[in-house]
Ligand binder design. Sequence first.
Ligand code: ZN
Length: 254
Amino acid sequence: MSEEIMTCVDVELEEQLIAEASRLAIEENPENAPPLADNAALNDNELAMLTGKKWKNGRVLRVSFLDGIPSVQKRVAECAKTWSEHANISFDFGDHPKSEIRISFKHKGSWSYLGTDALSRKQTEPTMNFGWLKPSTSDAKLRRVVLHEFGHALGCIHEHASPDVEIPWNKEKVYTYYAGPPNNWTKQKIYNNILKKYSGKVTQFSMFDTKSIMLYPVSNKLTDGDYQVGFNRELSDQDKKFVAKMYPKVCEIE
Ligand SMILES: [Zn+2]
């Protein structure tokens, strides 16, 4: 039997939090500020949506668990460190009174807020959730979802939503598939999570990479022609290069 396609869901900030998230993002890293000259015609909220979500380079992000089983927590913490081999960001897992990333296992699905969007959540709220991890989950499956969600936490978007994407989706089949169980998604949710592309202006993106950990499996049944992508379980060479550029370890002085 083939492995079930479990899709990570995009989490988006509520409309009333967008302006505050934008303020916090620029406070964290001034590079997140949108270029003003290009955007003179936009209102405040539209402008806020063009704000970047990158952490300050070299940041030690505090990570705490809101719930969960210690053996699974330990495996999550071990796996997340893989990103720090390539990005100049480290994760300090512990029982912190205040933390930037807070993990829960009790909500539905797997998701994470994108980069600094996590700063606008309350300290009692999770910023990342692993709904399908259990002590019996295999290492391969755990790595796939943990690396993927921590990629979001660093500010990486879904590879299938990259402005450079070229997946020949069969839209009718996509809507039919995700409207059914176990997803039961609305049309809007399907559009937002599967078909929508981000604008090249707001996102850090690289050339479309079918090996990316940020790409979830694409089934042949949902595309036109012969097109599918398997289960990526490790960071691709391009993922590594991408985060190394986003969070460089060596300060280059020109
Ligand atoms: Zn995702």
